[in-house]
Design a protein. Structure first.
Length: 358
């Protein structure tokens, strides 16, 4: 590999156009050399020098060092395995696979290949989420006792189409936006041991056979307890840039609340303030050093702060390739999340408490 890192993008949908391509173009000495998508018009919109209808043609190119996989979920496994076999560093959209068995196969192949592998959990790059994770790992909240997590949004067009078909997506709102929420909570509170879920298809859309609302109770491996709610049928909760995810986390030494609508602030009650029961959470701005990843090329004054942090994902992928360092979130993070998705779907179907990873 020369000084210029050469990237191929497989899939030219909205996430490629709005997140992956802009993020990569911010990185120095990175070139998007090819795009593969059967929709020639969509592929052309990414303005790459070469366009392929078949992803295999892109993977066969010797001038492609790494790939971004941004296609419907049912294609992730096939394309990722082919990319890894071709020796391409691989960033794959979330959820990583259709189920945990596929994700395990993908992780094993990635580890054997020796290339860089990463799962595209972009919301994990929210500055306030990263800073909250730092506080938890520093012990500022003490031993975690409970988590209250939700991702609520109004119905958005981007959640329709293939995302509403089980054979293509694997699940509905759970995998599409719930995977983001679950990934962040696992980083904060550790793995989930068992859960009990319920789901609904409130819209009764004849073109959809997946859930648009799901909730579950969870017990974590460390003994903490949690509640999760994920919905795309909440008018007034926004969509796209205005939609909201929030996580409340409480421990023996304090509590904190993260909101995706507050990417540079948290609500906290920590230290001596947490010792007084009458004190409430207060909004605090996180340190400016956390407003972007160290070394990331974007300027924090540019773009909507509720969106622009997502470009840091490309920087982490690129810098990991150049440094030969395993990035987070890796395929392993994708697998950890996938196991929770599988358990939630199984529990919703059976009505029973279901172990995660069983």
């Amino acid at each position: 590999m020369g000084n210029t890192l050469r990237i191929g993008i497989i899939g030219a949908g909205s996430v490629a156009r709005r997140i992956h391509a802009p993020g990569l173009r911010l990185c120095e000495d990175v070139k998007i050399v090819a795009v593969a998508d059967p929709d020639a018009e969509a592929a052309a919109s990414l303005k790459a020098p070469e366009i392929h209808a078949d992803y295999r043609e892109l993977l066969a190119r010797p001038d492609v060092d790494a790939v971004v996989i941004a296609v419907p979920n049912n294609q992730h496994r096939e394309i990722a395995l082919a990319a890894l076999a071709a020796g391409k560093h691989t960033l794959c959209e979330k959820p990583l696979a259709m189920n945990a068995a596929e994700a395990e196969e993908m992780l094993e192949a990635a580890q054997k290949s020796g290339v860089i592998h990463m799962t595209a959990f972009t919301y994990g790059f929210t500055p306030s989420a990263r800073y909250l994770t730092h506080l938890v790992r520093q012990g500022e909240l003490g031993e975690i006792r409970s988590v209250r997590a939700a991702y609520l949004m109004a119905l958005s067009k981007h959640l329709l189409g293939w995302r509403s078909r089980r054979e293509l997506a694997g699940s509905g709102v759970l995998g599409d936006i719930g995977s983001h929420l679950i990934h962040i909570v696992l980083e904060l509170a550790g793995d989930i041991k068992t859960l009990s879920a319920r789901q609904k298809d409130f819209r009764k859309d004849p073109t959809s056979d997946v859930e648009d609302w799901i909730a579950f109770l969870a017990e974590f491996e460390n003994g903490a307890c949690g509640t999760f709610e994920i919905s795309r049928v909440c008018p007034g909760r926004g969509a796209d840039v205005t939609e909201d995810m929030f996580i409340e986390i409480y421990g023996t030494k304090g509590g904190a609340v993260f909101s995706m609508q507050e990417p540079r602030a948290l609500q906290v009650c920590l230290g001596a303030r947490a010792d007084e029961p009458a004190n409430q959470l207060e909004r605090v701005q996180i340190p400016q050093d956390w407003w972007k990843l160290p070394g990331a090329p974007r300027h924090v004054s540019e773009g909507d702060p509720r969106w622009s942090y997502r470009f840091d994902q490309a920087w982490r992928f690129v810098s990991a390739i150049r440094e030969g360092a395993a990035p987070e979130p890796s395929f392993e993070a994708g697998l950890r999340t996938q196991r929770v998705l599988d358990a939630a779907l199984a529990s919703a179907a059976s009505g029973a408490w279901t172990p995660v990873g069983a």
